[in-house]
Design a protein. Structure first.
Ligand code: HEC
Length: 106
C-alpha cells in the first residue's frame, strides 16, 4: 500500500512538473531522520517543539532564511521558554531543504 501510494505521488509530481519538489520532500525526510529533529518534532503533534504543521501555519516562505539561521543557532522565545538545541554542523543548504519542506505542510 505504501509503495503504491508513493509511486502514485511520484507520478503526479512528475506530471505536474513537481518532480524536483517530490525529490526535495524525500531529501528533507532523509535529512531529518539523519539528524535529531524527529526527537523533538513531529509532523502534526507537539512534542518538545512545535509540530511542523504549526510552524507552517505561523510562517510563510519569506521566513525561510531566518528559520534556517534559527535551526543552526538554536534558542527559544518564538514558541515558549523551551530552547531548541543548536545545529551548527548542518549545512545551510540542507537545513534549507528541511525548512522548505516544513513550510510546505499547510
Ligand atoms: C532538543 C529538541 C529539538 C531538536 C533536536 C530540534 N528542535 Fe526544532 N524546535 C525545538 C523547540 C523547543 C522549538 C521552539 C523554539 C522557540 O520557542 O523559539 C523549535 C523550533 C523549531 C522551528 C521554528 C523556529 C521558530 O523560530 O519559530 C523550526 C523550523 C525547527 N524547530 C526545525 C527543526 C529542525 C529542522 C531540526 C533538526 C535539524 C530541529 N528543529 C531539531 C526543539 C528542537
Amino acid at each position: 500500500m505504501k509503495l503504491i501510494l508513493s509511486t502514485a505521488a511520484l507520478a503526479v509530481g512528475i506530471a505536474a512538473t513537481g518532480a524536483a519538489h517530490a525529490a526535495d520532500a524525500a531529501k528533507a525526510a532523509a535529512l531529518m531522520k539523519g539528524s535529531d529533529c524527529m526527537a523533538c518534532h513531529a509532523e502534526a503533534t507537539k512534542l518538545v517543539g512545535p509540530s511542523y504543521k504549526e510552524i507552517a501555519k505561523k510562517y510563510d516562505a519569506s521566513a525561510t532564511d531566518a528559520l534556517v539561521k534559527k535551526v543552526k543557532a538554536g534558542g527559544s522565545g518564538a514558541w515558549g521558554a523551551v530552547p531548541m538545541t543548536p545545529h551548527p554542523n548542518l549545512k545551510d543548504e540542507d537545513v534549507k531543504v528541511m525548512v522548505e519542506w516544513i513550510l510546505s505542510l499547510k
